[in-house]
Design a protein around this ligand. Structure first.
Ligand code: BTN
Length: 634
């Protein structure tokens, strides 16, 4: 008896434990907290040390699989956290030997933002397997499955699980093109099955799928295949839980969830209500809610370390606007941060307004890493540079590559005018290719070995450098003690986090004096001899104050001097292409600047001789920083 005579639910009567009768067709549940959960909520900054306390508990909870790696984790770990991504995989595997590990692999883009050569893809997948990976959720941002071929072969040769992904997106009716419909998705699923995948994932990376749409889609798929179907959706619009429920009703086999503290907003449905909602039904997961609850309570303890990374200033946990701009959560927070750094946050509405147009220009592609980044950043460039140089004045290298066909086949043809502009003087030629991109890319691993020499001590180091040459090199110097890990990269203890929170509290209550950043929103405070900058958000507003870290001295840029080349946007110097004394002509590339993961060539605007160089590979630069001086020809 679950209800008493008044119809009131008697919780004590429910058998919450995993010893309850097994359901007819139990839903299989994945946990994605340790990868997509913190990627979606906390800019992928989750540290291994905060995963270990729950690792064994998660391993014991009866999940189908646990997503521990891939996506943006590889990038953020070595770049921002000073952590070796391979080591995380090994350590987690030691603590979680029972549950299969799953990773998000961006097909030929691996865990980066461009298509890599086949030898890099092979080496990466092989080392992932050797280090403990079991299930490869393999996707391509254009749904061009030729980009799976190289990775799939290694996965299959090693008898690991290949989960093929169809990226789910919506039409933008205002802009025409009704391509993303039932027929499209059914054909894509059929293509995957023919490809030989072990399971299929419908990946709704932005949280767009409506409950009845997924219901109908799963029903249709179930008519022609027994291949297990996995739904991955985000909560963002608020439809996530409803979509999962309808998919379960339609017979979906596996769903992705997060544990409470890492769930909702731009992340995923929480596992707890799902387990409870299905209890006693034919799709009961069989999982023990008490075990999950214990994990949630442990995870809560570490949230103070990450709360400041949650950029959402709103009280609402849902955002229906995502159905219009369709930008995945991970990309949204990136856009906001970058516009902030450029003092251009007021341009965000304009970026959202133009984003669908840029998406259409670039072939009406799904927006998922790296295309979300490529389209988002190009839109930012169009907004910021448009006023004085016309649309597409600063085209990123990745847009040029996309126009050339280096990412694969776009859903619709690219706007010919944009394509022509992008491919002007493109080094591989001005005529786009139609072949599988990997088939024309020259091998890269030998060059990596030569370039990094003794610094890369093993194949894992080499693969890291192949994927991320500049930040990879910097990371290896930290790893082998050749350079000190900067303070803002090092992990903070809970005591330090608490001290920072205390500082912010004091700053807000007026106990600390402002050293006047002018606008009254930043305070410089000294505690125990250390100087900190504390950014104060509107104390009356809903957002928490943000701790910004140790104050850095920055040289003022000489923006006015003739021949000065300054950073037009903040970013990181990848390469300075010239040296002092070089003669340059208009259009010659002087510097390659990475901004928001995209490469921008900064070209000479006038003829002259390079007089001074003020930047080096790996330098972080702010907007307006002086990079070099070119003395104009008389
Ligand atoms: O924080 C960083 O700088 C690293 C990640 C940046 C890009 C992420 S990757 C996942 C998400 N999707 C995108 O297109 N961009 C973000």
């Amino acid at each position: 008896m679950i209800y008493d005579k008044h119809g009131v639910l008697q919780m004590s009567e429910l058998n919450f434990g995993s010893d309850r009768p097994k359901a007819e067709n139990p839903i299989k549940i994945n946990d994605v907290s340790l990868r997509d959960g913190h990627q979606s909520l906390f800019a992928t900054r989750g540290r291994t040390e905060d995963m270990l306390p729950v690792a064994e508990m998660i391993d014991d909870a009866g999940y189908n699989a646990v997503e521990t790696w891939g996506g943006a984790t590889f990038d953020t770990m070595h770049r921002f956290l000073g952590e070796d991504p391979w080591e995380r995989l090994r350590v987690l595997k030691k603590h979680m030997p029972k549950t299969p590990f799953s990773m998000l692999l961006r097909g030929q883009n691996v865990v980066g933002y461009r298509n890599y050569a086949d030898d890099v893809v092979k080496a990466f997948v092989q080392r992932s397997i050797d280090n403990g990976m079991d299930i490869f959720r393999c996707f391509d941002a254009l749904n061009d499955f030729r980009n799976f071929e190289t990775a799939a072969k290694v996965i299959k040769d090693n008898k690991k699980h290949l989960q093929g992904v169809v990226c789910y997106t919506l039409n933008q009716p205002r802009l025409g093109g009704e391509v993303y419909n039932m027929e499209y998705y059914i054909n894509k699923v059929k293509d995957l099955i023919e490809f030989g995948v072990d399971s299929v994932c419908i990946k709704d990376m932005a949280g767009l799928v409506a409950p009845y749409d997924i219901y109908n889609l799963v029903r249709e798929i179930k008519k022609f295949t027994d291949t297990p179907i996995n739904l991955h959706t985000h909560f963002t619009s608020g439809m996530g839980d409803l979509a999962i429920f309808k998919a379960i009703e339609a017979g979906v086999d596996i769903v992705d969830t997060c544990i409470g503290p890492y769930a909702y907003r731009t992340s995923h449905a929480a596992v707890e209500p799902l387990i409870m909602s299905l209890l006693g039904t034919n799709r009961d997961s069989g999982m023990d809610i008490n075990k999950i609850n214990a994990i949630a309570e442990e995870m809560e303890k570490y949230i103070p370390k990450y709360k400041h990374l949650d950029n959402n200033p709103k009280y609402a946990t849902t955002d229906i606007n995502v159905l219009l701009h369709q930008t995945p959560g991970g990309m949204l927070s990136n856009l906001v941060n970058q516009l902030k750094a450029m003092d251009a946050l007021d341009k965000l509405p304009e970026v959202f307004r133009l984003l669908p147009k840029v998406r259409k220009d670039l072939g009406n592609i799904p927006l998922v890493t790296p295309t979300s980044q490529i389209v988002g950043v190009q839109t930012v460039n169009n907004v910021l540079f448009d006023s004085y140089e016309g649309e597409y004045a600063q085209i990123t290298k990745e847009v040029k590559d996309l126009c050339y066909g280096l990412y694969g086949k776009t859903t619709h043809p690219i706007n010919p005018e944009v394509q022509k502009k992008a491919l002007k003087d493109y080094p591989r030629g001005e005529e786009p290719i139609t072949a599988r991109p990997g088939s024309i890319l020259e091998p890269e691993m030998d060059e990596v070995k030569k370039t990094f020499g003794d610094l890369a001590k093993d194949i894992d180091d080499e693969v890291l450098c192949a994927l991320y040459p500049v930040t990879g090199k910097r990371f290896l110097k930290w790893k082998y003690g050749m350079e000190e890990i900067p303070a803002d990269v090092k992990a903070k203890t809970m005591a330090e986090v608490e001290k920072e929170e205390e500082l912010v509290r004091k700053a807000l209550s007026g106990e600390l004096t402002s050293k006047g950043k002018g606008n009254g929103r930043e305070l410089e405070v000294t505690v125990d001899g250390e100087t900190f900058t504390v950014e104060i958000n509107d104390p009356n507003g809903p957002a928490a104050p943000q701790f910004k870290g140790r104050k850095k001295k920055e040289a003022a840029a000489d923006e006015t001097a003739t021949g000065s080349v300054v950073a037009p946007i903040p970013g990181m110097i990848v390469e300075c292409k010239v040296k002092v004394g070089d003669e340059v002509k208009v259009g010659d590339t002087l510097v390659v600047l990475e901004a928001m993961k995209m490469m921008n060539n900064l070209d000479a605007k006038a003829e002259g001789i390079v007089k001074e160089i003020k930047c080096d590979s790996g330098d972080s630069v702010a907007k307006g920083d002086l990079l070099l001086v070119v003395e104009p020809k008389a």
